[in-house]
Design a protein. Structure first.
Length: 146
């Protein structure tokens, strides 16, 4: 009976992750296809490489080239994403460790899962802290370097 306490959330989480991966992949594919079309049309407009080079030297050309990146994730976004993951995983791990004492038949399972997920969460937190300090020392957080 208590096996359902672990199996149901795991199955639900797997299907939620699968749906998220499918929609994320479709979104990235559509963005990449749209950017490829824009790049193709832009290259067709220029008659020579000198024209293209002159256009990229203008502010509009620089802005267009910057916008053509598929995933321009800033250091802030990556650090915050790792920190969010750390908070969620540590919270989930602690909740599983709390449930360990409440469900005697599944004590070992809750202990193992809670410990592994908590340690992964701490790892993400350490990763976020290291990314923050490295990005700060490289000058990536204040915008001085791109």
């Amino acid at each position: 009976m208590h096996e359902d306490l672990i199996i149901v959330p795991i199955v639900f989480s797997f299907f939620a992750w699968l749906v998220w991966m499918i929609f994320s992949t479709i979104r990235r594919y559509k963005i990449a296809r749209l950017q490829a079309e824009v790049q193709h049309k832009l290259l067709d407009r220029f008659s020579s490489s000198q024209d293209l080079l002159a256009y990229t030297q203008t502010d509009a050309g620089k802005h267009l080239l910057d916008s053509l990146r598929v995933e321009g994730v800033s250091p802030h976004a990556r650090i915050i994403g790792a920190l969010q993951t750390a908070i969620v995983m540590v919270s989930l791990g602690l909740a599983l460790l709390f449930l360990r004492g409440r469900v005697p038949e599944a004590e070992e399972g809750f202990l193992v899962l809670g410990t592994v997920i908590s340690v992964l969460g701490v790892g993400f937190g350490v990763s976020a802290a290291a990314s923050y300090y490295l990005s700060k020392s490289f000058g990536l957080l204040n915008g001085s370097r791109a």
